[in-house]
Design a protein around this ligand. Structure first.
Ligand code: G1P
Length: 274
């Protein structure tokens, strides 16, 4: 039903400098796996088969990661280490990875618009790899695809966030229509705690209908002088075409050092238990 997943991955990752000087932040590992691979696995679990990655200058390591490495494969073939490449090899063999470059950093909305060339005119998912999610029962995107089947409109994943942290997020004004499912009427990007219409913050998982592209084309720069996806979604919301979904599971903010360390500790426990 939803075949393609867009990964905006052109950002500089300044919060992780100097680590991200020559390495894309999406390639920083949580234990032994780069952040973006967690997102790709989540998309595959949700039934998607094409990963559309928005890159930029200095991001070639992402393309190399999702490709064959002949020399490495040759070196470890038949050794006890061969199994370590098993998962990534299966991804490379069975799924399609497409790329385009965002030449200027003009915001998340702009990055999504750049992706139109890879998506075409079908509904698609968006994963911000910084937000590492572990769904309860099934992955967060898989939960959202279920909901899409019912509502056939854009869907944003939300979580409750304390007031003092709300200004880091896009925030929805919404009415609960089923447990954990809200009809969105308005949205605001990075509001002050006073302006925030609720405590429901958007996290980096979206399902978008393709009319979003035409809206983004005419979306003016908003918060921080950037073209905001939130502002385009707000237009869809005015026509009752956006659902907010309080997902079941955990989310780590790996765009911050604190969240990154928290995710590392959490996934290390699982890694040890294997
Ligand atoms: C982006 C979005 C914001 C969303 C957040 C989730 O912001 O613009 O609406 O709440 O991701 O992580 P960024 O974190 O890129 O500033």
């Amino acid at each position: 039903m939803i075949r393609k997943c867009l990964f905006p991955a052109a950002g500089y990752g300044t919060r992780f400098l100097p680590a991200t000087k020559a390495i894309p932040k999406e390639m920083l590992p949580i234990v032994n796996k780069p952040l973006i691979q967690y997102g790709v696995e989540e998309a595959i679990e949700a039934g998607m088969d094409t990963m559309a990655i928005i890159t930029g200058r200095g991001k070639r390591a992402i393309e190399d990661h999702f490709d064959i490495s002949y020399e490495l494969e040759h070196q470890i073939k038949g050794t006890s280490k061969e199994h370590l490449l098993h998962d990534i090899r299966a991804l490379v063999e069975n799924y399609t990875f497409t790329y385009t470059r965002q030449k200027e950093m003009k915001g998340l909305g702009h990055a999504v618009l750049v992706g139109q060339t890879l998506i075409g005119s079908e509904p698609f998912a968006v994963v911000l790899a910084d937000d590492l999610c572990e769904g309860e029962g099934k992955g967060v995107l898989a939960q959202m695809v279920e909901l899409y089947k019912k509502f056939r409109c854009s869907i944003v994943a939300v979580m409750e966030v304390p007031k003092e942290k709300i200004s880091k997020y896009g925030v929805v004004s919404a009415k609960e229509i089923e447990e954990g499912v809200y009809m969105v009427s308005d949205m605001v990007e990075k509001p002050s705690p006073k302006e925030a219409p609720s405590n429901l913050a958007v996290i980096g998982r979206y399902i978008l209908t393709p009319d979003i592209f035409e809206i983004l084309e005419r979306t003016e720069p908003g918060a921080g002088g950037e073209i905001q996806l939130t502002d385009a979604l707000k237009e869809q919301a005015k026509n009752n075409m956006v659902i907010a979904y309080r997902f079941k599971g955990k989310r780590f903010d790996c765009g911050s050092v604190e969240g990154f360390v928290e995710a590392t500790n959490y996934f290390y426990e699982k890694f040890k238990a294997k």
